[in-house]
Design a protein around this ligand. Structure first.
Ligand SMILES: NC(=O)c1ccc[n+]([C@@H]2O[C@H](COP(=O)([O-])OP(=O)(O)OC[C@H]3O[C@@H](n4cnc5c(N)ncnc54)[C@H](O)[C@@H]3O)[C@@H](O)[C@H]2O)c1
Length: 443
């Protein structure tokens, strides 16, 4: 059996790749050897993955911008080249996909990968609507343990993520009641950019717009530097979710990693006046997350664009933490950024005597390198990844439900089992988005 057929069969049947008897396949074709990888989006954020992919076989490159495609081809000259990711995914020898395209294509490409038994590393955010997040999660549930998925929330590798999970779950702030995350990046825009000129010959603009409703070309959508060009388009409703999918994916990860998977029962939100073209700069959302096996029901709160939670003590200026999180318990607060933390026990008995510090040998092990964790899991899908499509899917579903609550201006009762709002028909209309003809989300 050819290596790729073996991988596909293993993925379909759930065979763990590492249990292949030695000698069945060895040498260059050994399944534990290199993966055949397709990189979709070969410039900007794509370049950040070059080094991690060098140890594997990059067999396909895809970019709607042919100059960017050539940029990738310089590093991976043996890969086949594509401008349409749908054609790229037809290449038969691919095992795994790393995707760094614009946000409005993420859920599409994630689903197409899962449906073709391809491992997938998807840049954040995983999806830009509630429905998209749920379709990816449903497909992933069928492939869990057989494929490896990861969403590009690579800050998760900071040991601080483990430390704050241990502190909260071990009771350093008593019983958890509320968790807050915020980000202060502010990129105001009046509306979609006006039509300006023709797309250059090397840019397949219609493919870039892809499944989203068409908006005329303007070079401004492509005027950002490498790795930061997403800040030229991610605030428009048809191309992204603004700061929720941008820094919000990283910052809410600090919270999600502590509170555990779950979907909200209620959601309310407020912010600046609604703009039909552009997602809000200033906005806050408040969800209730049901109890799970280690905590009671809690509030999960998101603030952006200048909206901020109240500081627990006047001498702590939360505004000085650009992207941060805070946990409120019955006995104190924990304030964090990605790499450091501040514990504030409160009350007359703020002596921490209630808290049993975890012994060193029981502390959570370091994650190691985030992209390597995914590559290792591709080779042995029984290994977990920190930000798989279940974890990242429930997180982004919750955050974009906040955008829906913001748009309707009502407190929503949400049924996480069915993905429906129970008390607001107009909110249900906003859980999905409209696609252009010819594009299939679950293809
Ligand atoms: N994890 C992180 O820290 C991090 C950092 C920056 C960006 N990102 C994410 O990476 C993605 C790309 O961001 P960027 O700033 O590099 O954006 P970008 O606009 O520069 O796009 C990256 C590359 O993808 C190509 N591309 C876009 N849509 C495509 C499509 N449909 N098919 C094929 N190629 C396509 C572009 O031409 C470009 O070469 C975004 O989703 C962003 O959220 C993540």
């Amino acid at each position: 059996m050819k290596r790729r057929d073996f991988l596909k069969t293993a993925a379909t049947t759930g065979t763990g790749l590492l249990i292949v008897p030695s000698g069945v396949l060895s040498g260059a074709n050994a399944p534990s050897n290199k993966l055949n990888i397709a990189l979709i989006g070969t410039w900007g954020r794509g370049e950040a993955h070059f080094k991690d992919l060098e140890g594997e076989n990059v067999v396909a490159l895809c970019d709607v911008n042919e100059e960017h495609l050539e940029f990738g081809a310089k590093r991976f000259p043996n890969a086949k080249k594509y401008v349409d990711w749908r054609k790229c995914l037809d290449q038969k020898d691919i095992d795994a996909v790393v995707c760094c395209t614009a946000d409005h294509t993420h859920a599409f490409i994630a689903n197409w990968c899962l449906n073709r038994n391809l491992h997938c590393y998807m840049e954040k955010p995983l999806a830009i609507s509630v429905e998209e997040a749920r379709i990816v999660r449903t497909n992933w549930a069928k492939k869990k343990g057989k494929l490896a998925t990861q969403v590009g929330m690579q800050r998760h590798e900071h040991p601080n993520f483990n430390r704050i999970q241990e502190l909260v779950r071990d009771g350093a702030i008593g019983e958890l009641k509320d968790a807050y995350a915020w980000g202060n990046r502010q990129i105001p825009r009046p509306g979609y950019l006006p039509a300006q000129g023709e797309p250059p010959a090397h840019l397949h603009y219609d493919l870039w717009v892809g499944p989203s409703p068409f908006h005329p070309y303007n070079p401004g959508y492509f005027s950002g530097g490498p790795g930061a060009n997403c800040l030229q388009w991610n605030m428009y409703w048809d191309f992204g979710t603004g700061q929720i999918g941008d820094m919000g994916s990283h910052t809410m990860d600090l919270v999600w990693n502590v509170v555990g998977n779950g979907l909200p029962t209620t959601m309310e939100a407020s912010g600046e006046p609604f703009n039909p073209d552009v997602t809000p700069v200033r906005m806050e959302s408040h969800a209730m997350l049901p109890a799970n096996d280690w905590r009671g029901e809690i509030g999960v709160h998101w603030y952006q664009g200048g909206a901020m939670p109240r500081t627990p003590r006047d001498w702590v200026d939360l505004n000085k933490i650009g992207h941060g999180a805070m946990f409120k318990g019955t006995k104190g607060y924990l304030i964090t950024d990605f790499t450091s933390r501040l514990l504030i026990p409160f009350g007359d008995n703020a002596d921490m005597s209630y808290y049993d510090r975890r012994p060193k040998d029981k502390m959570l092990p370091d994650l190691g390198h985030f992209q390597t964790q995914w590559i290792n899991a591709c080779k042995n899908p029984s290994l977990p990844t920190a930000c798989d499509f279940e974890y990242s899917g429930t997180m982004i579903e919750t955050m974009v439900l906040g955008l829906v609550a913001y748009r309707v201006g009502k407190k929503l009762d949400y049924d996480g089992a069915t993905g429906k709002v129970k008390n607001c028909p107009e909110a249900n209309e906003l859980l999905s988005r409209k696609y252009r003809e010819g594009w299939t989300i679950n293809g």
